[in-house]
Design a protein around this ligand. Structure first.
Ligand code: RB5
Length: 150
């Protein structure tokens, strides 16, 4: 599995911790979409990059960190086909994949610490969505809206 990582300046240090955990402990391949320092960046750009990488097949899952986890989720969810879920507990992270087929997990560095984040990441990556007619309803609605605009 290949994981796309992203963060804004508020999530930079948290992302670095998650990156080490993914590479060294879970032995998962990481593509780091930045940011690469604590210098201020706009969170939507990073979220769009990770979402696009999912759609292109460059990565299988995404994890994005900002201050709250909310802005990056809202932004990533604007990319057609993307389901990003903000999770600050292990149960939600597992369900985000199993029930909702969320390709992207987001977390907030101002809400939880990196140790909790590692457990959440593990729970999220440990499970694999199978199928759900409810997720299909969401996909169908998105396609219906898209086609109506053409
Ligand atoms: C800072 O831009 C802050 O808004 C960001 O880190 C995030 O919390 C947004 O949802």
């Amino acid at each position: 599995m290949k994981v796309g990582l992203g963060a804004d300046h508020n999530g930079f240090e948290f992302k670095e911790e998650i990156k080490k955990y993914l590479e060294n402990t879970l032995e998962v391949e990481v593509v780091d979409f930045g940011c690469h320092s604590c210098d201020a960046v706009d969170y939507p750009a990073v979220a769009f990059e990770v979402g696009t990488a999912i759609n292109n097949g460059e990565v299988d899952r995404g994890i994005i960190i900002c201050g709250t986890g909310l802005g990056v989720a809202i932004a990533a969810n604007k990319i057609p086909g993307i389901r990003a879920a903000t999770c600050h507990d292990v149960y939600s992270a597992e369900r985000a994949q199993l029930s909702n087929n969320a390709q992207i997990l987001t977390m907030g560095s101002q809400v939880i610490g990196p140790e909790a984040g590692k457990k959440i990441v593990r729970a999220y990556l440990d499970v694999q969505f199978k199928s759900s007619h409810k997720v299909q309803q969401i996909i169908d609605k998105e396609n219906e809206i898209h086609n109506a605009k053409l």
